[in-house]
Design a protein around this ligand. Structure first.
Ligand SMILES: Cc1cc2nc3c(=O)[nH]c(=O)nc-3n(C[C@H](O)[C@H](O)[C@H](O)COP(=O)(O)OP(=O)(O)OC[C@H]3O[C@@H](n4cnc5c(N)ncnc54)[C@H](O)[C@@H]3O)c2cc1C
Length: 815
């Protein structure tokens, strides 16, 4: 045996052991086999062999005998780790520990078990939820006129407010035994989505009481008395709740709020000497604040007189304060980008509240941040994702139809390649976004509190909405820009920045939360290592650290080899679920999942606590995690819906786009990784064949655009669940009729064109063709009527609104 061959065999053996994350005995067995082969293959002389065996035995003993390993290796490393590990504040710890780790944990660990993903039950609505969507939600949608609400009333009309309150919309998350609807997360999401596709003010009014606010907090932490008192009142709409966290000084850094409650004794409702707190606060941007009857409030609590115990600073606390409590001021209204939902500031001056008004009572004082973080996962998984998908679906449906109906240069604009590009982005993003919405709501229904996925869907679905609406606006040209009752896009376009800003402003969510929380929450070893290093019981901590550390080392070694092997083979060794069309996608995703695990470890190792401040790096790593999550959702949707060939172009376009983004993000991490040698080595492992992925092809985009511009099952599935009014009365309904009519008219025109004697009649717009065909009696009456209808509907759907010179604002002679 030659040395070259021997080294090759050794490298292959070590790679196989690392790839398979072999336990210690596997390495020992492998080492013995290698040693014997080298010795008896004649490559090692007696002295070298003896020395080699001694080193090998020493290493094997130290690494495999726990007492020795801990004493000689793990404990000294732990001592260094304790010195350099990033410090974690109490609020950060509470945020980190909030919620559960779900599918994203697999994606982060580098080797996702795809069969586990596909085995999660396909999220489905109950019969009751379906009936509610077909009944009250449909009726509410028909009741609200978005233009009147946003332009004239700047509020919902009284009949819509009553309908919402009386039909249980404000109590969707409240269980039935408290009088609520007790809907699943998916049911809740579908209601918000449908309402959002019709009227944002109605959707937000329904969203807020069902999201992070008094009801959600009471359900999880309220005392029995609080639940019995408030939940039925909230469910019946007798209380309008809001939740006030943000203030002028504390926005994204809400934990730094200056609002303060001082524990004291005071008088309350005729009783003296009541234990409570005197609270002062100044909040702004509070949705439903101007009309709220029940204010959920977050503030710091101090106990200088030690009425509750030894501690003075008790921390963030949440309380319920009726807005008619003396000292509470509800301010005027903010005007957020023409939105008509209620939003405004409020403040309190020396408001005395008894301890019983703290959510969860006395024992929950100081636990407010943890309560907020835990509850955020559910709400953030539902409301804004549903709202964003509604905008995307409405854009997809209307833009596809408009692009078919609107012609320029005698061609439907949706057939121009430039417009196809925009349509393809709209279709692919909508598919991906809806898949993520449904999968994440499904996770909540499985009992998860998916804190990292909730941040992923909050960020990526609101950003998805932004790009989809921008594309939709471009395709609509002036029709999207001129506001009025005939514009179904302009208001959604205006409202995008609100969704981007609330529930964790997007820049912060991308840079700090997704990877920051994901890296520690989802990593199989990091949180255990941190907890072990901080364990007050040092012996227990050292034991746990030793196990986590060596698990981590094996994990890292596995990812090094897996990244290289999967990079060279394009993920071929991956065990992908069956299905020829999708196998490649699972393989690629596993490859990227391994690359993420490798680069995350490398970044944490090289940068340590500094990684928190290197937001651009952690944002890119978060992008990779996010795209992996979104792609998983798209694949799961495809499988759950029965692998429909018609939907394949949407899936393909979405996945190719996401893969390309992953490549850009990984390349960005490597290009900006500190140092020279390490990033080069990492690049070799992650991209051994270079940057080989391309963006979705023009042909793929063409296939997606074709789905959007014609009536069909794939288009219906893509946009299912939004409000599409039947008939011509409403502009969106009329656009639908126009689309089917124009498609029929095109077929008639094609017939004319195919007939050499009638070909001359088939040029010009619908009105011209219809007139010429009628004069020459070239078509049966029904077909002539179709052409005339196409002419009328096209004219009507491309029309925009106009207004008097003063927009009707100047008072008239009658006043
Ligand atoms: C219409 C509307 C409704 C709202 N409803 C409510 C409500 O009902 N209840 C409530 O309590 N609050 C509500 N809010 C407040 C909302 O949650 C805050 O606006 C949000 O937290 C951001 O705070 P800010 O506007 O003060 O922005 P700032 O905190 O000043 O942030 C400005 C920018 O800096 C970025 N940024 C901040 N820190 C970092 C960082 N470390 N790294 C990277 N980027 C960073 C942010 O991402 C943002 O882009 C609402 C706001 C609006 C506009």
């Amino acid at each position: 045996m030659s040395w070259i061959l021997a080294l090759l065999i050794l490298a292959a053996g070590a790679t196989a052991l690392a790839y398979l994350r072999s336990p210690g005995w596997g390495w020992v067995a492998g080492g013995i086999a290698a040693g014997l082969a080298l010795q008896f293959g004649g490559l090692l002389g007696p002295v070298a062999a003896t020395l080699g065996w001694l080193v090998f035995i020493a290493l094997a003993v130290v690494l495999n005998v726990t007492v020795l390993r801990r004493k000689l290796l793990s404990n000294p490393i732990l001592a260094i780790y304790r010195r350099i590990a990033p410090s974690i504040s109490q609020t950060e710890r509470e945020a980190l520990e909030a919620g559960t780790v779900w599918w994203e944990g697999e994606l982060f660990a580098g080797n996702p078990d795809w069969n586990r993903l596909l085995a999660f039950p396909a999220p489905a609505l109950s019969a009751e939820e379906q009936a509610f969507l077909a009944g009250p939600v449909e009726e509410l949608c028909a009741l609200v006129d978005d233009w009147r609400i946003t332009h004239e009333l700047h509020d919902l009309p009284p009949e819509a407010w009553s309908y919402i309150r009386e039909n249980g919309f404000l109590g969707m998350i409240i269980p039935k035994h408290y009088g609520g609807l007790g809907f699943s997360a998916l049911g809740h999401s579908e209601v918000v989505m449908k309402l959002s596709s019709r009227c944002n003010a109605a959707a937000v009014t329904v969203m807020v009481p069902n999201s992070l606010g008094p009801a959600e907090l009471l359900l999880h932490y309220g005392t029995d008395e609080q639940k019995d008192h408030y939940l039925p009142r909230l469910a019946r709409g007798e209380e309008i709740p809001c939740f006030a966290l943000t203030g002028p000084e504390a926005g994204s850094d809400a934990g730094a709020m200056p609002d303060l409650g001082i524990v004291c004794r005071g008088s309350f409702e005729g009783r003296d000497d009541v234990l409570g707190m005197r609270v002062n606060w100044d909040k702004r941007y509070i949705t439903l604040g101007p009309v709220a009857t029940l204010l959920g409030l977050a503030f710091q609590v101090r106990d200088p007189e030690h009425l509750l115990g030894d501690k003075e600073d008790l921390g963030i606390t949440l309380a319920l304060i009726p807005t008619d409590t003396p000292g509470v001021s509800i301010g005027r209204r903010h005007f957020p980008l023409n939105a008509a939902f209620q939003n405004g500031p409020n403040w309190g001056k020396d408001v005395f509240i008894p301890i019983e008004q703290v959510i969860g009572g006395r024992e929950r004082i100081g636990q407010g941040w943890r309560m907020l973080m835990e509850s955020l996962a559910a709400g953030r998984s539902i409301s804004l994702p549903a709202q964003s998908v509604a905008a995307a679906k409405l854009s997809a449906r209307t833009t596809g139809a408009y692009a078919r109906v609107r012609t320029q240069f005698n061609v439907a604009i949706g057939r121009f390649e430039g417009v196809e590009e925009a349509l393809a982005r709209i279709g692919g993003s909508t598919y991906l976004m809806d898949a993520a919405r449904v999968m994440t709501a499904g996770a909540v229904d499985l009992g998860e509190k998916p804190s990292v996925p909730s941040a992923i869907v909050k960020y990526h679905l609101t950003e998805g909405m932004r790009t989809v609406i921008n594309d939709a606006m471009d395709v609509h040209g002036g029709k999207g820009i001129c506001l009025g009752p005939n514009n179904y896009l302009g208001r959604a376009y205006q409202l995008v920045p609100i969704a981007i800003t609330v529930e964790g402003a997007n820049i912060l969510t991308r840079c700090l939360i997704i990877f920051g929380q994901g890296a520690i929450r989802c990593h199989p070893y990091v949180l255990t290592e941190i907890n072990a290093a901080n364990d007050a019981d040092r012996e227990r901590g050292a034991r746990a650290f030793d196990l986590a550390l060596w698990g981590h080392v094996r994990f890292f070694a596995a990812n090094v080899t897996r990244a290289l092997v999967l990079g060279i083979t394009g993920g071929l060794p991956v065990k992908a679920p069956a299905g020829r069309e999708t196998k490649r996608y699972y393989e690629q995703l596993t490859r990227f999942s391994t690359a993420l695990a490798l680069l995350s470890d490398a970044a944490m190792l090289v940068l340590g606590g500094e990684l928190k401040r290197r937001e651009k790096l952690s944002a890119r790593l978060g992008d990779v995690l996010s795209e992996l999550y979104l792609c998983s959702a798209a694949l799961k949707r495809f499988e759950d819906q029965g692998r429909l060939a018609e939907d394949l172009p949407l899936l393909e376009f979405a996945l190719y786009g996401a893969f390309f983004k992953i490549q850009v993000a990984l390349n960005g991490v490597l290009a900006n990784f500190p140092g020279k040698v390490i990033p080069r080595l990492l690049r070799l492992l992650v991209f051994p064949k270079g940057l080989t992925l391309t963006a979705p092809s023009d042909h793929m985009g063409h296939e997606v655009a074709r789905i959007l511009i014609a009536p069909g099952a794939a288009r219906d599935r893509l946009t299912t669940g939004i409000y599409v009014p039947a008939g011509e009365e409403d502009v969106v309904g009329k656009l639908e009729v126009a689309l089917t009519t124009v498609v029929a008219a095109e077929a008639i025109r094609d017939q004319l064109r195919a007939d050499p004697q009638k070909r001359a009649l088939a040029s010009g717009g619908w009105a011209t063709i219809a007139a010429a065909a009628r004069v020459h009696a070239a078509l049966p009456e029904r077909e002539l009527e179709t052409l005339e209808l196409a002419a009328r509907l096209t004219r009507e759907v491309i029309a925009v609104d106009d207004f008097p010179q003063d927009f009707g604002m100047r008072p008239t002679a009658e006043g």
